[in-house]
Design a protein around this ligand. Structure first.
Ligand code: SF4
Ligand code: SF4
Length: 163
């Protein structure tokens, strides 16, 4: 089973306990969970199922779960290091990057990774607070504020697939 916090592999990282929402405990996105001990979970053995089942791509690459075909990702791409959490959309078609607000997704190893992925070409969706941005071939195809726009997020093939 994947874990949102694995003491061995996640180490000092707890970024998903800030950026991700956990509805069963009314934890909003972009706010530290009240149970987070930074690092670690204060209710580890009783943590919600959502937390038990979550593992970012960086963690999966190191634990050989889910994405066992990919090589362990560089330390520079660890969420606690780069400030972003790599994930995939529900349809499995796009790279989803949850950014810690204030961190530039274009910088460093993360920026290079995102650029390479978008140039395959594949869709990349950047989530930063309420801001959403869709990249394709390193170009911004769509950008919106989720607080003002209730379009169905991450499932916008007609808007993000180039003609
Ligand atoms: S963001 Fe990834 S590496 Fe960091 S604590 Fe969560 S699952 Fe572990
Ligand atoms: S319950 Fe634990 S694992 Fe889940 S978000 Fe809170 S601190 Fe993280």
């Amino acid at each position: 089973m994947s874990r949102s916090y694995n003491a061995v592999t996640c180490g000092e990282c707890s970024l998903c306990c800030k950026l991700m929402g956990v509805s069963s405990i009314n934890k909003p996105v972009n706010r530290w969970c009240r149970h987070c001990t930074k690092p670690g979970c204060g209710i580890y053995h009783d943590r919600p199922r959502d937390c038990q089942d979550y593992a970012c791509i960086w963690l999966q690459s190191h634990e050989g779960e889910g994405l066992s075909h990919i090589e362990p990702m560089a330390l520079e791409l660890k969420p606690s290091v780069c400030g972003g959490i790599l994930d995939v959309t529900k349809d499995g078609e796009s790279l989803l990057v949850h950014m810690n607000v204030g961190v530039d997704y274009r910088k460093g190893e993360l920026g290079q990774f995102i650029k390479r992925f978008s140039m395959i070409p594949r869709r990349v969706i950047i989530v930063e607070g309420v801001h959403r941005k869709v990249l394709w071939e390193n170009t911004v195809l769509a950008e919106w504020n989720a607080a003002d726009d209730d379009r169905q997020e991450f499932l916008l093939p007609q808007q993000v697939t180039p003609a």
